[in-house]
Design a binder for this molecule. Structure first.
Ligand SMILES: NC(=O)c1ccc[n+]([C@@H]2O[C@H](COP(=O)([O-])OP(=O)(O)OC[C@H]3O[C@@H](n4cnc5c(N)ncnc54)[C@H](O)[C@@H]3O)[C@@H](O)[C@H]2O)c1
Length: 337
C-alpha cells in the first residue's frame, strides 16, 4: 500500500521543502479537520478555503485558488495539501498540476469516498457545464495520508456515499470482501481502517498497472457510465444527488446488463441489487428525465465512434471493459428499476 496511515512522510517533506506549503480546505473540512490536521503535523499551515459541495467543482473555484497562490507568491517549490473530500482533492490536484505548469501536492482525504477512491490514482479535474469531470489531467499526488479519525464528523449519508465505491472495488475483486460489504448494517460502527485499506489497495493495485487508463484501469468505471449520466441529469433538472448514490444506481444497471449479456449469476445479482435498493434511494425521476440521462451516456469519456462502452461483469472479480451496449438495452434496464 502506497498511501500512509501516519503523517511522518508529510512532516519530513515539509521540513525539506524550501518553500511554503498551503492547505486547501472547503468550509466544512476547515471547521472539522483543519485543527486536527495541524495538531498531527505539529504546525499551523496557511489555509485557502473554498465553499463546499459538488457545485463548487468548477473552473471558477480553480481561478480563485490560482489567484490566491499568486497573491501569496507561491512558487514552483510550493506544496499544496488538499485536506477534504473528493471535491477538494479533485480541484486541488488540478490546480496544483497546472499552476506554473505543475507544483507538488499531497492528498489528505477526509471523506470515506476520498479515502478509498478520489484521493488516489492521480485523476484530477473539474466539471464543465453540467458534464462531470470534463476538464482535467492525470497527475498523481506526492503522497496520500489516510487518517480515519477524520470520519468521526462526516455525516452518515456521506459514509454511505463512499461505501458505494467500496462496493464497486469488492465487485471488481473478490467474493469474500463483497460478502463483508453486503453484511454491513451500521456504517458508523463497521467502517474501520482495515476495510478502508483493503478497498484502497484494490484501486492502488489497478492504477499501478495502468495509470493512463489504456486498459485495466477502465474497470474502475464500473457503475460510472450511468452514474455520471444520472449526476448530469440531476444537475440539469435541479435535483440533488450524491456521487455514490448515482454510482449505486449505475451499478444496478451494469449488473442487470451483465446478467443479460454476460451470464452473470442471477442469484448473486439479485442479492447485490437488493442490498443497493435497501440502502440507497433510487432517484424517483429516472423515467421522467430518461432523455437527459441518455444524452449524457452518449457523452461518456469512455465512448469511441459514437458507441457506448461500459464495464460489465462476467462474475465477481471478473470485469470486462469496453462492452458495447446500445441505448435500447440501457433504456430497457432503466425502465425496470
Ligand atoms: N479523482 C478520482 O479518482 C475520483 C474518484 C471518485 C470520486 N471523485 C469525485 O469525488 C467527489 C465526491 O467526493 P466526496 O463525496 O468526498 O464529496 P465532497 O468533497 O463534496 O465531501 C462531501 C461533504 O462532506 C464534507 N466533509 C468532508 N469531510 C468531512 C469531515 N471529515 N467531516 C465533516 N464534513 C466533511 C464536505 O465539506 C462536503 O460537504 C465527486 O466530485 C467525484 O467526481 C473523484
Amino acid at each position: 500500500l502506497k498511501a500512509a496511515t501516519h503523517f511522518s512522510m508529510l512532516i519530513e517533506l515539509l521540513k525539506k521543502a524550501n518553500s511554503k506549503a498551503y492547505v486547501l480546505c472547503d468550509e466544512n473540512t476547515y471547521a472539522y479537520c483543519y485543527h486536527e490536521f495541524c495538531e498531527q503535523i505539529g504546525q499551523a499551515i496557511e489555509v485557502i478555503i473554498i465553499k463546499a459541495g459538488e457545485h463548487e467543482k468548477n473552473i471558477k473555484s480553480c481561478e480563485f485558488i490560482w489567484q490566491s497562490l499568486i497573491e501569496k507568491l507561491a512558487d514552483k517549490e510550493t506544496v499544496l495539501i488538499n485536506l477534504g473530500g473528493g471535491v477538494v482533492t479533485d480541484i486541488g490536484g488540478f490546480v496544483a498540476a497546472t499552476y506554473k505548469r505543475g507544483i507538488r501536492y499531497v492528498n489528505v482525504p477526509t471523506s470515506l469516498l476520498a479515502m478509498v477512491d478520489a484521493a488516489t490514482g492521480g485523476k484530477t479535474g473539474v466539471n464543465f457545464g453540467h458534464f462531470k469531470n470534463m476538464i482535467g489531467v492525470i497527475q498523481p499526488p506526492e503522497e496520500v495520508i489516510i487518517h480515519v479519525p477524520f470520519l468521526k464528523t462526516l455525516p452518515e449519508k456521506h459514509l454511505k456515499n463512499g461505501f458505494a465505491e467500496m462496493l464497486k472495488h469488492a465487485l471488481l475483486s473478490e467474493k469474500e470482501l463483497l460478502q463483508q460489504c453486503l453484511n454491513f448494517t451500521d456504517w458508523e460502527a463497521q467502517i474501520e481502517e482495515a476495510i478502508i485499506l483493503k478497498s484502497l489497495l484494490i484501486k492502488e493495485d489497478i492504477v499501478a498497472q495502468d495509470l493512463q487508463e489504456k486498459g485495466l484501469r477502465k474497470t474502475l468505471n464500473l457503475g460510472h457510465t450511468l452514474g455520471h449520466a444520472i449526476e448530469y441529469a440531476a444537475f440539469e433538472n435541479g435535483y440533488e444527488i450524491l456521487h455514490g448514490e448515482a454510482v449505486a444506481t449505475g451499478i444496478i444497471v451494469a449488473i442487470k446488463l451483465s446478467v443479460k449479456k454476460l451470464n452473470f449469476n442471477a442469484t448473486e445479482a439479485a442479492e447485490i441489487i437488493e442490498f443497493i435498493k435497501q440502502h440507497y434511494p433510487t432517484p424517483h425521476w429516472l423515467k421522467k428525465h430518461q432523455e437527459s440521462i441518455l444524452k449524457a451516456v452518449l457523452q461518456d469519456k469512455k465512448n469511441a465512434n459514437q458507441q457506448v462502452k461500459m464495464v460489465l461483469l462476467e462474475a465477481i472479480g471478473k470485469p470486462l471493459y469496453d462492452c458495447i451496449c446500445t441505448l435500447d438495452e440501457i433504456t430497457a434496464v432503466l425502465n425496470q428499476i
